[in-house]
Write a new protein. Sequence first.
Length: 391
Amino acid sequence: MPHQPPTRRTALRTLAGLGALAFGAAACGPAETGLRSGSPAGSATGASPSASAGPKRRLGAEWESHTRTFMSWPALSAVWEDDLPYVRQDIARIARAVGKYEAVVMMARPDQVAAAQRACGSQVEVIPLAVDDLWARDTVPVFVEEGGKVVGVDFNFNGWGNKQQHANDGKVGRTLLPKYGIPRVQAPLVAEGGSFETDGEGTLLVTESSIINDNRNPGKSKAAIETELKQSLGVEKVIWLAGVRGQDITDAHVDSLVRFTEPGVILLDRAHPSTPPDSWSRSADQAKSVLSKATDARGRRMEVIDLPQPDLNRITGEGDDFVSTYANFYVANDAVFMPRFGDRKADDRARGILQEHFPKRDIVPVVIDTIASGGGGIHCSTHDQPGKPAA
């Protein structure tokens, strides 16, 4: 492996020494459509959007039909240093793989479009749009259905609580959606797409650490945030998991911990037995305890199935902050994309579990060692737009 970059995890420690607010908050302008919106992000007292105003929203499941996948071409050498070429290879590898199954749109800075296009190939559409980093899951608005149309709910990305430069990534909601004629609604919260996991039937899984947090939503109570999530996303029930506060830059997004494979069935990330117990494994234990007792929005009890991690002594990647979870998979049209970590036994086991739960889809392993060393995975770097496949 090349020299390890400052990662999404190590950035937290680095910025803490420099002053975590050095980059400042992303500007949050008013909603750009006539659709309902809430108070400005970060407000402790602003009113939530009215639940009765307009058609009901619906947050669909990832396994439903996609029009396209959005991705983002990493731009900042200040973040990735010498690993920038290698992380771009990982992003291009994912884009090429997903592009065999559905349309992929890669956002890239105008001066980087040609290089991104060469790397990604002709199956991927590269568009000029200023971005900072590769985390499209968090920067692209969360798509919901409302009145028979797709709407983008902009959760006011602020660099995971002002921990990383985001001058361009904080504006993706305002710059991307008009290109596709998608109305934008500004949420009354600060959050990221990786914060949310849904079954498409009204149930939302969220970690408290990633959203009930003064670095996103100062002064807002759990009850107020839950109400605003229900109204912004159209969900009926929020199940809260503790997560892990302050030990990675995302404050423990749910999409690396638990994932629905169908309503009532959840895969849970599990550390390899050789891994010493830590706050991450305790978070998994807490999540399993909560989920095993909970019911979903339809009143069903949920089946929780372990998705074991690889042996860190057998993987091909490295780094103290290497994210070795298989839970950060991405469900696309006719395929599921999972990481290949190099522990053959563990890779095959994870592939088998995913195949069992997605029997009609191809399970496609992809090498993402540099992305994983930077604190993320395949799901973190992709964002699905629901709807009929693009022609």
